[in-house]
Design a protein around this ligand. Structure first.
Ligand code: NDP
Length: 268
């Protein structure tokens, strides 16, 4: 057909919500495009991308486990993709593969705009030091918080991240157990909730007006959200982050900002 074509690349990919989100955005903004899941074999990410480009593909989203391979494949990177060391959005121009990372921006838009939490001058605790935590750091620091403490099970990873991002703000590293003081915002960027585990931080990290965010989402509150709520925190899961990262990718491709309110209400 004459429609501009986009895909989401992953392995597995059948359960991705991205085709649903982008098809909704396309209808809402009256953009004539086609967006589908595309399963990439684990050892054939690059050939799958190049094959899609050869067929006239305009862009792609990238999900697990290919965000690092996508980063390596790009000929150009946005500053936030460079800082994240990972790419979730590809834009194809003749002879160029442009890589962006909209995950962190999606997180911040969900917290600041959708949940109405002002991060300026606030103390933030970021749990985890994997890809999702790394991608969140630059967008969070752009909100000019007073401090970000990165706590991780493997403390050396938190220390590496803190060193990398110290030029952009007040960033410290810690183990879970040694986290000091109370925080305005606590973000769970670990995958501990998958195993029904909660990172073992002291109960004193939850300030009286604490906002607790879990990047994971599902049809019920995660164990981290349940724990945070029991400490008096206001909680939110990662559905809005997913919706907002998609909206930002759509904007990069089409130059049109879709409204997200209808999708935010369609929480699984
Ligand atoms: P990574 O595999 O890159 O990192 C995993 C992180 O979780 C590491 O910091 C790891 O610590 C920590 N971890 C894993 N298991 C445990 C545990 N049992 N206890 C404590 N810490 C643990 O994953 P990602 O960063 O890509 O993803 C993290 C989470 O964020 C996932 O749940 C993912 O679903 C979610 N996510 C949500 C998005 C959204 O749009 N809503 C987008 C991207 C991610 P260590 O370094 O010690 O191994």
């Amino acid at each position: 057909s004459s429609k501009d074509r986009y895909v989401v690349l992953g392995n597995p990919i059948a359960h991705s919500k991205s085709p649903f989100l982008h098809t909704h955005f396309a209808q809402q903004t009256q953009q004539n495009l086609d967006y589908r899941p595309l399963l990439a074999p684990l050892d054939e990410f690059d050939t799958t991308v190049n094959g899609f480009i050869a067929q006239g593909g305009k862009g792609a989203n990238v999900t697990l486990p290919f965000k690092l391979q996508a980063f390596a494949l790009c000929t150009e990177l946005t500053p936030r993709a460079k800082a994240a060391g990972a790419v979730n959005t590809l834009l194809f121009k003749t002879g160029h593969i442009i890589g962006d990372n909209t995950d962190g921006c999606g997180l911040v838009n969900d917290i600041v705009h959708n949940a109405g939490v002002n991060l300026t001058g606030q103390r933030i605790l970021l749990l985890g030091a994997g890809g999702a935590a790394r991608g969140a750091l630059l967008p969070l620091l752009e909100c000019q918080p007073a401090q970000i403490v990165i706590a991780n099970r493997t403390v050396a990873r938190a220390e590496e991240l803190a060193t990398q991002f110290q030029p952009f703000g007040n960033v410290l590293a810690s183990s879970f157990e040694a986290v000091n003081g109370a925080f305005d915002l606590i973000i769970n960027a670990t995958s501990a909730s998958i195993n029904a585990e909660v990172p073992p931080v002291p109960a004193s990290v939850f300030s009286p007006n604490c906002f607790a965010y879990d990047m994971m989402y599902g049809n019920q509150p995660t164990v981290f959200m349940q724990h945070a709520a029991a400490q008096g925190a206001t909680t939110r899961d990662g559905w809005g982050m997913l919706v907002e990262q998609a909206a930002e990718a759509f904007y990069l491709w089409r130059g049109v900002k879709p409204a997200t309110d209808a999708l935010l209400k369609q929480h699984p």
